[in-house]
Design a protein around this ligand. Structure first.
Ligand code: ARG
Length: 332
C-alpha cells in the first residue's frame, strides 16, 4: 500500500525520505523494534511500489499524532523574500510541492525526491520573488520547467543508496529577471568546505513554505529558521545507520530540538553567510526523522559534493570566483 511503501521505519518511528513526509505515516507505525534497514529494504524492495508515490502532494498532508514529534519549523519566523531572494517554490499541477534555489537565471536546484516521479515536465513550474504564496503568485515571476535533470545516483528503490544523492536541477523556459527579490545564490565549493563553511556550530538558514503547525498546514508566507551545522559523525550516531548519513549529506538542526525544516520544505535552501552579501548554498532540504526532534538533525544534500555535476549539467560558471581549477578539484 502506498503509505507503507514510503515509510522507512527506524527504532523511534519513521525516517522520512523524500515526499513520504508529505503524507503522514506516523499512524501506520509499523514494526517498532525491527531492524530499520531490513524494513527499509522491504519497503523499498516492494514490486508494488507505485511510481507516482514520490510526488509530493501538500494537499494530502495529514496531521501527525505522534506525541514525541515537535511542531514543525518550531522557532521559525516569516521573512520577506528579498532577504532570501534565492528561494523558489515548486508547483506541480497546481499543487505547491517543494522548495528550490536559484543558481542561475535559467537553473533551479532542488531535491531529487521532489521531482523523481514527474513525467510531464509541462506541469512543473516555479515561482521566484514570492513571499506569500496565497497572495503574491500573480506578481511573482513564474517560469515553466522545460527539463528535469535528476542525479542518476539517486535511487530510492535501492536500500543501499535510497537517501543518497537527493539532488536535481530544473531548467526554466526563460530567464528570471534578477532584482532584489530574485537573486541567484552561490554554490558552496570544496574550497569553501575546507575553509570551514560547514564546520559544526556554524549558523545556517533553512527556509520554505512547509508545514508550520502540528495540524500540518503549509505556511502561506515563506518562513526561515537559523540552525547549527551538526557534524556528520554526530548525525550518524543519531541515525545509527551509516547509509543514512553519507559524506554527500550535511546535517543541521538544534540539538535540543524544536527548530527544523519539515514537510513541504524539501528541495529548499540551506544557506551559510545568509546575512552577508555573499550568501552560499551549502545544503538542499532532504529528509529527517520527524521534524524538530531533539537529537535528530535534519539531513541535507551537501551541495559542495555536486559542483562538478552541476557545472557539467548546466554549463553555468560556478559563481563566486571558482575557476576551472577549483571545479576540477571538486571531489565528486
Ligand atoms: N522530505 C521533506 C519534504 O519532502 C522534508 C523533510 C525535512 N525534514 C526535516 N526534519 N528536516 O518536504
Amino acid at each position: 500500500m502506498l503509505l507503507l511503501a514510503f515509510s522507512c521505519s527506524t527504532k523511534s518511528g519513521r525516517t522520512d525520505l523524500a515526499t513520504d513526509t508529505l503524507i503522514d505515516t506516523s499512524y501506520v507505525d509499523s514494526a517498532s523494534g525491527g531492524d530499520p534497514m531490513a524494513e527499509m529494504a522491504d519497503s523499498f524492495g516492494s514490486s508494488e511500489l507505485p511510481q507516482q508515490i514520490d510526488l509530493p502532494r501538500l494537499k494530502s498532508i495529514r496531521r501527525d499524532r505522534s506525541p514525541e514529534r515537535q511542531p514543525p519549523i518550531v522557532g521559525g519566523e516569516t521573512i520577506p523574500i528579498n532577504l532570501i531572494p534565492w528561494q523558489v517554490l515548486l508547483e506541480f499541477d497546481g499543487d505547491d510541492i517543494c522548495g528550490g534555489s536559484i543558481i542561475a537565471d535559467r537553473w533551479i536546484i532542488t531535491a531529487c525526491h521532489c521531482v523523481s516521479s514527474i513525467n510531464d515536465v509541462n506541469q512543473l513550474a516555479i515561482f521566484a520573488g514570492l513571499t506569500n504564496k496565497r497572495q503574491d503568485k500573480l506578481t511573482a515571476q513564474k517560469r515553466q520547467v522545460v527539463q528535469i535533470v535528476r542525479h542518476d545516483g539517486y535511487d530510492r528503490n535501492n536500500p543501499n543508496s535510497a537517501f543518497d544523492n537527493d539532488i536535481a536541477l530544473l531548467k526554466l523556459d526563460r530567464a528570471l529577471d534578477f532584482g532584489e527579490k530574485v537573486t541567484p545564490i552561490r554554490l558552496a565549493t570544496p574550497a569553501d568546505e575546507r575553509a570551514g563553511i560547514t564546520s559544526p556550530d556554524k549558523k545556517v538558514r533553512v527556509s520554505g513554505w512547509g508545514v508550520t503547525t502540528e495540524n500540518g498546514t503549509p505556511s502561506n508566507p515563506v518562513r526561515f529558521v537559523d540552525i547549527d551545522v551538526i557534524s556528520n559523525t554526530i548525525a550518524a550516531s543519531q541515525y545509527n545507520r551509516p547509509l543514512l548519513v553519507t559524506p554527500n549529506m550535511l546535517a543541521a538542526g538544534n540539538p535540543r530540538g524544536g527548530q527544523d525544516a519539515c514537510q513541504g520544505d524539501s528541495g529548499g535552501p540551506l544557506a551559510a553567510n545568509f546575512n552577508t552579501n555573499n550568501p552560499v548554498l551549502v545544503g538542499v532540504v532532504s529528509y529527517g526523522e520527524g521534524c524538530g526532534r531533539a537529537n535528530y538533525a535534519g539531513i541535507y544534500t551537501r551541495v559542495s559534493k555536486y559542483i562538478e555535476w552541476i557545472q557539467q549539467t548546466t554549463n553555468i560558471g560556478i559563481a563566486g570566483g571558482s575557476d576551472r581549477r577549483t571545479i576540477a578539484r571538486a571531489d565528486q
